[in-house]
Design a protein around this ligand. Structure first.
Ligand SMILES: NC(=O)c1ccc[n+]([C@@H]2O[C@H](COP(=O)([O-])OP(=O)(O)OC[C@H]3O[C@@H](n4cnc5c(N)ncnc54)[C@H](OP(=O)(O)O)[C@@H]3O)[C@@H](O)[C@H]2O)c1
Length: 329
């Protein structure tokens, strides 16, 4: 497995990062389902432990996922094995909606300080390897005191690197000032065939920036719907995918897979997972692709995929991008 240096940390991490939003379980914010079906703590912990056993030790969580539940599970799973893990978390989202009906957020210094200490407690650690702002607005760029405080936490060893999980609108905009902000080690962006034009941005940005930015891709399987396409009826009301899928999406996903020279059938799922990892990693822009896991079987598939030296193959990735542009726009 070809590992990649995580800027600022002295760590090298796998090309596939373990996503843990799904481990947080259901989450209702102002009547909106923003979580996943309940998994059970012991299964959730065993998923993380299986990942560590396989060397898939870069784990992405957030204080928002299950209102801290995801971080607690990760903390329990890595306790006693902290040195084996590279932990990424996020802060800034609040468990309520704003006036426009979007998830509210704040990036004040006071909230940063409280959030960091709460995350350290839940993760049962005294440092977080990568601490990310969770979808910040651009006004945060002018908050000098916030950046100085983040730097002071870095100096104190409480965080090792700083990242920004960009909103889609910034991720696809090469002119977004976020790309030129000094002191950011990692950007997290949506990157999948369905993300459409959003997938074009990071590549150009990677080339445009001085030096190579570390880009983390998220939702590479489009919440699993690109592997196993299902309509709304397949999901309960607590599952955020209930409102994100449609019969049209199901048809397009099948068209996407069937229009390759060698169509990729739904089973075994590993073939689609591997192709989607190749889509992201073969683009030349993505350093590591996050995949959300809710079973040890998912971890096993990823562990097998990272052994494939074709994972960064650019020719297949280009073909997949061309098909994605045609089918999803
Ligand atoms: N704004 C942000 O910062 C942000 C936003 C979204 C996500 N993220 C991060 O990115 C991570 C991943 O994104 P995501 O959760 O949206 O979705 P994803 O990685 O695109 O999809 C995850 C889902 O894919 C399915 N899956 C995974 N491995 C599979 C396999 N081997 N075979 C069949 N199905 C498989 C599972 O669905 P089932 O559970 O149905 O089996 C799993 O829950 C999150 O956990 C989080 O860490 C960050």
């Amino acid at each position: 497995m070809l590992r990649v240096a995580l800027p600022g940390t002295g760590c090298v991490v796998p090309p596939v990062t373990i996503g843990t939003w799904g481990l947080g379980g259901p989450q209702d914010i102002g009547g909106q389902a923003l979580g996943w079906p309940a998994l059970g703590d012991s299964l959730a912990r065993s998923v993380i432990r299986a990942a560590l056993d396989e060397g898939l030790n870069f784990i992405d969580t957030a204080d928002f996922y299950g209102q801290g539940r995801s971080e607690e599970i990760v903390g329990l799973a890595v306790s006693g094995r902290r040195a084996d893990a590279v932990l990424a978390s996020k802060w800034g989202l609040l468990p309520k909606l704003d006036d426009q009906g979007n998830v509210d957020r704040t990036f004040s210094v006071a909230h940063l300080t409280d959030s960091l200490h709460a995350s350290l407690r839940r993760l049962r650690t005294d440092y977080i390897d990568l601490y990310q702002l969770h979808g910040p607005p651009r006004t945060v760029l002018d908050q000098d005191e916030l950046w100085l405080t983040l730097e002071s936490f870095r100096q104190a060893g409480k965080i090792r690197s700083v990242g920004v999980s960009l909103r889609s609108s910034d991720a696809r905009n090469p002119e977004s000032p976020w790309w030129r902000c000094p002191g950011i080690d990692v950007w997290q962006v949506p990157y999948s065939p369905v993300a459409g034009k959003e997938t074009v941005g990071p590549r150009r940005l990677a080339e445009a920036r001085e030096g190579r930015p570390f880009l983390l891709a998220r939702s590479v399987l489009h919440h699993g719907l690109l592997v196993s396409p299902r309509g709304p009826a397949a999901f309960t009301d607590v599952d955020h995918r209930h409102d994100k899928t449609s019969d049209d999406l199901v048809d397009r996903v099948e068209e996407f897979w069937s229009s390759h020279a060698t169509p990729v059938p739904p089973e075994p799922a590993a073939a689609r997972v591997k192709a989607l990892l190749n889509f992201a990693l073969g683009s030349g822009a993505i350093s590591s692709a996050i995949v959300g896991v809710t079973s040890t079987e998912h971890v096993r598939v990823l562990a097998e995929a990272v052994q494939d030296d074709q994972l960064r193959d650019s020719v297949r990735s280009r073909q997949l991008h061309a098909t994605a542009a045609r089918v999803f726009g």
